[in-house]
Design a protein around this ligand. Structure first.
Ligand code: ADP
Length: 303
C-alpha cells in the first residue's frame, strides 16, 4: 500500500500563482522519503494539501486508502498523519507537557493512554526535565523537538516534517536523525522536506525533486547522489602537520588550520581522514565546501 498517492495534482492560489502543476507522486508505506526543492518550489503547498490544510485546485490525493475528496475519509486520513511544521505554532506560555497533552485531547486520546505516551516521547526527545517549563524557555532545538513529540502523541502511521532541522545545531541534528531512523525502522512512514542533501543521504531511501511546481526527479537516494561525481571538503585541523604522506589525495593547505580536498565518489572521505589521522593530525571539523543540494540541482538540470 502507499502512504500517499497523488495523481495529477494542481494548485493555483487565488492570486494566480501556479504552485503545483500536474504532480504525480507516490510514497510507499514504510518509506523514508525526501521532498527536495529550492524555496518556492511547492513543497509546503504539497504537504499542505496532503494534510488537508490547503485546498487543491484539481487532481486526486489518497492518504493510505483514504480519499481526501470524501469528508469521512478526510477525517480518518488526518488521524493517520503527524505533522511537524516549519514554524513554531504552539502557545509559548503553555508548559511543555501541557502542549503535548492538549494535542492528545484534540485527537480524543484518553488521559490514561496520553500521559504515559507523553512521558515516553518527552524522555525520548530529551525534554522530560523541561516538562513543567513554559515553551518560551526552550532553546530552538528543543522547540523543534517539542513539535516532533507533539506530532507523535497520537501514534501516526505517517510523519511529515517540513524542514525538521532548520535552526538545529549539528549535534542535536544527529540525535534527531537517530530518533527519526528508529521511528521509521519501527514502521512509521516519514516524508520530509529539506534543503540539506546530507540529511537526505543520512536518512532517506527515496527522494523526489520539485522545481517550479513540477517533479523533475524521483529516484532512490543512492542513485541521485551518484550525480555528484566530485566533492570538495573543507577540513579544519587543530594543528597543521606535513601532508606529504597523503599526497595522492592532493589536499590543499588553505591556512594553518584549514585543508581543502577534492574527493571523487570512489574515494571515501573516511580513507582520507584515516590517512590524515595517521600523520598525527587532529580533525576538528569537516564539511562540504559547496551547498551540495544546489550542486545536485545544477547537475541534474544539465542532463
Ligand atoms: P516551498 O515550500 O517549496 O518553499 P511553497 O509551496 O511555499 O514552496 O510555494 C510555492 C509557490 O506558491 C511560491 O511561488 C509561493 O510564493 C506561492 N505561494 C505559497 N503560498 C501562497 C499563498 N497562500 N498565496 C499565494 N501564493 C502562495
Amino acid at each position: 500500500m502507499n502512504a500517499i498517492t497523488i495523481r495529477n495534482l494542481t494548485k493555483i492560489y487565488a492570486n494566480g500563482t501556479k504552485a503545483l502543476k500536474n504532480v504525480d507522486l507516490a510514497v510507499a508505506e514504510g518509506d523514508f522519503f525526501a521532498l527536495l526543492g529550492a524555496n518556492g518550489a511547492g513543497k509546503t503547498t504539497l504537504i499542505g494539501i496532503v494534510t488537508s490544510l490547503v485546498n487543491k485546485t484539481s487532481g486526486k490525493v489518497h492518504v493510505f486508502n483514504y480519499d481526501l475528496d470524501n469528508e469521512e475519509d478526510k477525517i480518518k486520513a488526518k488521524k493517520t498523519i503527524g505533522i511537524v511544521p516549519q514554524e513554531f505554532n504552539f502557545n509559548i506560555f503553555e508548559k511543555v507537557q501541557d502542549i503535548i497533552l492538549t494535542q492528545a485531547g484534540y485527537f480524543g486520546i484518553e488521559w490514561k493512554k496520553a500521559f504515559p505516551q507523553a512521558e515516553m516521547l518527552l524522555k525520548k526527545l530529551g525534554l522530560w526535565e523541561k516538562r513543567n517549563s513554559t515553551a518560551r524557555t526552550l532553546s530552538g532545538g528543543m522547540k523543534r523537538r517539542l513539535l516532533i513529540a507533539r506530532a507523535l502523541i497520537h501514534q501516526p502511521q505517517l510523519l511529515i516534517l517540513d524542514e525538521p532541522t532548520a535552526g538545529v545545531d549539528v549535534e542535536l541534528r544527529h540525535g534527531m536523525w537517530e530518533y527519526l531512523r528508529e521511528l521509521n525502522h519501527n514502521g512509521t512512514t516519514i516524508l520530509l522536506t529539506t534543503h540539506y542533501l546530507e540529511e537526505v543521504e543520512q536518512m532517506c531511501r527515496q527522494a523526489a525533486i520539485i522545481k517550479n511546481g513540477e517533479i523533475i526527479h524521483n529516484d532512490k537516494v543512492k542513485h541521485l547522489v551518484q550525480f555528484l561525481e566530485e566533492e570538495i571538503y573543507v577540513v579544519t585541523v587543530k594543528e597543521m602537520r606535513p601532508l606529504d604522506k597523503i599526497k595522492h589525495f592532493n589536499p590543499t593547505i588553505i591556512d594553518d588550520k584549514t585543508i581543502e580536498v577534492e574527493l571523487s565518489k570512489k574515494e571515501t572521505l573516511n580513507d582520507f581522514i584515516m590517512q590524515l589521522s595517521a600523520t598525527g593530525t587532529i580533525v576538528t571539523d569537516i564539511h562540504p565546501k559547496e551547498h551540495r543540494l544546489e550542486k545536485l540541482f545544477l547537475t541534474l538540470l544539465k542532463q
